[in-house]
Design a protein around this ligand. Structure first.
Ligand code: PEP
Ligand code: MN
Length: 346
């Protein structure tokens, strides 16, 4: 059930609706918008009789939700969500650039890459501290030692730190030292991890599972939002297909498909989406052209020596060139793409 308040509804009227939702044992999710507040409800197993809400002061409309999602939808929030991370944003006018190595390997490596990405204007530094690897014998990340390096990078360069939580206890560490919690493709349906991230105050970057449909991916975002964390960023990183010329098939059609359903920002990861450095820039250009709110790109100062994902890592100079190109495309694409989704404002 979705309760749409009148544009003139007062804070007291909104509170009264929220209180009634809670009194019947459900959870209320008030979403203030540019013109009105809508209140989503979760926690019910079957349909709720919405009539008791219809006559409450300030209520414009009670809508039965027949779609599987309730909170990610444009019905609840017609304007695009802008995720704010300090003075940086994802989903607004600015093209969000999240760049850095696949894994934090050493202080020298992380600093070299951080300096390069900051110079080209990135606001976010990515780097795995704990790495989900296919082989148990592969480099698993520096773990907590990596955090000392991340904390220094954050202080030295003013970059926002994005790193993946593999397990629930990682979330509180990211809360202490980082800025955005990444949920990786392999964890997209780790529901207890999603719930834990949903109880965090930090934004969550949710990667698409490697065999996830759009609906499964959006329902994973619902898990996070249902716990009260509305700052979710979706990241298209490709899915497994029969293709052998790429590591994954980057599904750029998911960007406009999400725009039609959801207010959440969506970014594209052409690094994991292709697996090969030579394809990263062309697919990054395409991602921006198709209307993505940002990019996640892997960069390494010595890709040939990287401990993970070296084949898809750009050198700092290749990365700088990519940024120049995607900025130019963004200039042209942003007004066109923003006009596409109804009610969007930056
Ligand atoms: C990563 O970002 O380094 C990563 C492991 O990505 P994904 O979860 O998309 O495979
Ligand atoms: Mn990687």
């Amino acid at each position: 059930m979705l309760i749409v308040m009148k544009p003139s509804a007062s804070a007291r009227e909104i509170d009264a609706v929220v209180n009634l939702i809670e009194a019947i044992g459900l959870r209320a999710h008030p979403m203030p918008g540019a013109t009105r507040t809508a209140i989503g409800t979760t926690g019910n197993q079957g349909p709720i009789d919405g009539r008791r809400f219809e006559n409450l002061p300030g209520v414009a409309e009670v809508i039965r939700v027949t779609k599987p999602y309730k909170l990610i939808t444009l019905d609840l929030r017609p304007e695009k969500t802008i995720v704010r991370v300090g003075d940086a944003t994802i989903g607004g006018k600015e093209l969000a650039i999240i760049a850095g190595p696949c894994a934090i390997e050493s202080r020298d490596q992380a600093f070299a890459v951080a300096e390069a990405v900051q110079q080209s204007g990135a606001r976010f530094f990515r780097g795995g501290v704990w790495k989900p690897r296919s082989s148990p014998y592969a480099f698993q990340g520096l773990g907590e030692k990596g955090w000392e390096i991340m904390a220094e990078i954050r202080k030295t360069f003013g970059l926002k730190i994005v790193t993946e939580a593999l397990e629930e206890p990682h979330i509180s560490l990211i809360e202490q030292y980082g800025d955005v919690i990444q949920i990786g493709a392999r964890s997209m349906q780790n529901f207890s991890l999603l719930r834990k991230a949903g109880r965090s105050k930090l934004p969550v970057l949710l990667k698409r599972g490697m065999a996830a449909t759009l609906e499964e991916w959006l329902l994973a975002a619902e898990y996070i939002m249902a716990e009260g964390n509305y700052n979710v960023i979706l990241c298209e990183r490709g899915v497994r297909t029969f293709a052998q010329h790429t590591r994954n098939t980057l599904d750029l059609a998911s960007v406009p498909a999400i725009r039609r359903i959801s207010h959440l920002p969506v970014i594209v990861d052409p690094s994991h989406g292709t697996g090969s450095a030579y394809m990263v820039t062309p697919l990054a250009r395409a991602g921006v052209a198709v209307g993505a709110d940002g990019l996640m790109v892997e960069v390494h100062n010595q890709p040939e020596l990287a401990l993970s994902d070296g084949a898809q890592a750009l050198t700092p100079s290749e990365y700088a060139q990519l940024i120049t190109e995607v900025r130019a495309i963004r200039e042209v694409a942003a007004p066109v793409c923003q006009g596409e989704s109804k009610g969007e404002h930056a």
